[in-house]
Design a protein around this ligand. Structure first.
Ligand code: UT7
Length: 335
């Protein structure tokens, strides 16, 4: 049995900054409401035609590969997490294989929304632990802006989400006391529709229904979120899954050097920080700048934290996420 360790990190966000004031010109919202409820000051939106979920992922991946000090031909497998793929099918993993010019390695797409990166890391970790692969490219990338309802009707969701991508290289680590110590994953499909995008699908709203109805009031192809219900579940599940990960490794909250939570809402991060009595330097937040980038949020935040020198060798780093599904999970890393 091997461990896996993160040997390279990278992120990419589009240059186009969208402030809260800019959104208030499109819908009935304001900077004060958004900052007070979410902590978000601005987010990035792609300029249409300049970037896609895949191209952002590829840009982040190139940085991660270079920092890992490997050649692209050393990559044995691709795991791509997103809820906003370029195409309905095929998924973006194969587009990365093509656009990076990789060998014909396997590529898998993860559909776990805000928990996508944690699920992707967990999957990659198992392949490395088993000895099957040595270097795996893990990407989380999202292009939300092309699918949001930018009218007052959609304001409860549209002000929160932003575009961007993060990537990590997971490589074989022979020292079992280092690297990814454990991952912990959960789901509760009972609440699937509480944070969802129903159409297009092959369930309630077929593509043919949408074309035939051509109904401008059809909201089923915009994301829906029961905000307060999601918030209440998030704070409970985040706490549980962090404790589960720490407990599995005989660790306690005070052992955490850096917690990188999925950037869902600054108020959720602050609640967890208080609950675990962590200092400001023990929890990394950047939702203020990028909004919620779902599967991309943890790798973007982890990369920024690493660039700022906040992740050092020997540190205990904890990743945790909760989101649509509901799904949630944690990753415990000895850096
Ligand atoms: O990443 C996956 C996990 N996601 C989460 O964990 C998100 C969890 N939920 C949240 O972060 C919060 O619930 C939100 C930020 C989404 C919403 O905050 P809230 O404090 O729960 O607000 P609310 O939905 O209860 O809405 C309060 C009021 C409503 O008006 P009335 O009914 O009180 O008159 C909304 O219509 O705020 C109104 N509202 C807005 N007002 C200005 C909703 N969105 C906006 C807006 N600007 N953008």
């Amino acid at each position: 049995m091997y461990n896996s360790k993160i040997t390279g990190l990278g992120y990419y966000v589009p240059d186009n900054v969208v402030t809260n004031d800019a959104l208030s010109e499109l819908m009935d919202t304001d900077d004060e409401w958004i900052q007070e409820r979410t902590g978000i000051k601005e987010r990035r939106h792609v300029v249409r035609g300049e970037d896609t979920t895949t191209t952002m992922g590829v840009k982040a991946a190139k940085i991660a590969i270079e920092r890992a000090g490997i050649n692209k031909d050393d990559i044995d497998f691709i795991v791509f997490a997103t809820l906003s793929p370029d195409y309905y099918f095929p998924g973006p993993g194969v587009l990365v294989q093509r656009d990076l010019g990789l060998k014909t390695v396997g590529a898998v797409d993860i559909r776990n929304q805000c928990s996508g990166f944690v699920y992707a890391v967990s999957l990659a970790d198992q392949y490395i632990k088993s000895g099957m692969y040595k270097n795996i490219l893990v990407i989380g990338s999202e292009l939300h802006s092309g699918g949001l309802d930018m009218t007052t009707r959609g304001r409860g969701v549209s002000v929160i989400f932003g575009d961007g991508a993060g990537a990590a290289i997971l490589s074989r680590e022979e020292d079992n006391s280092k690297g990814i110590l454990s991952t912990h994953l959960h789901s509760e499909g009972q609440h699937a529709e509480e944070l969802s995008l129903i159409a297009p699908g092959m369930g309630k709203r077929w593509v043919t229904d949408i074309i035939e109805d051509n109904d401008p009031d059809d909201e089923s192809y915009f994301p829906y979120m029961n905000g307060q219900f999601v918030f209440k579940n998030a704070v409970v599940r985040f706490s549980e899954v962090i404790m589960e990960g720490l407990g599995a490794n005989n660790l306690k909250p005070e052992d955490i050097d850096l917690l990188v939570p999925h950037q869902a809402n600054l108020r959720i991060s602050q609640f967890i920080q208080r609950k675990f009595r962590l200092g400001d330097d023990q929890v990394y937040n950047n939702i203020m700048k990028y909004g919620n980038t779902t599967a991309a949020s943890i790798p973007i935040a982890l990369t920024e934290a690493w660039e700022e020198g906040k992740v050092k060798e020997g540190d205990l780093v904890v990743l945790a996420a909760f989101g649509s599904g509901f799904t949630w999970g944690s990753v415990i890393i000895r850096w």
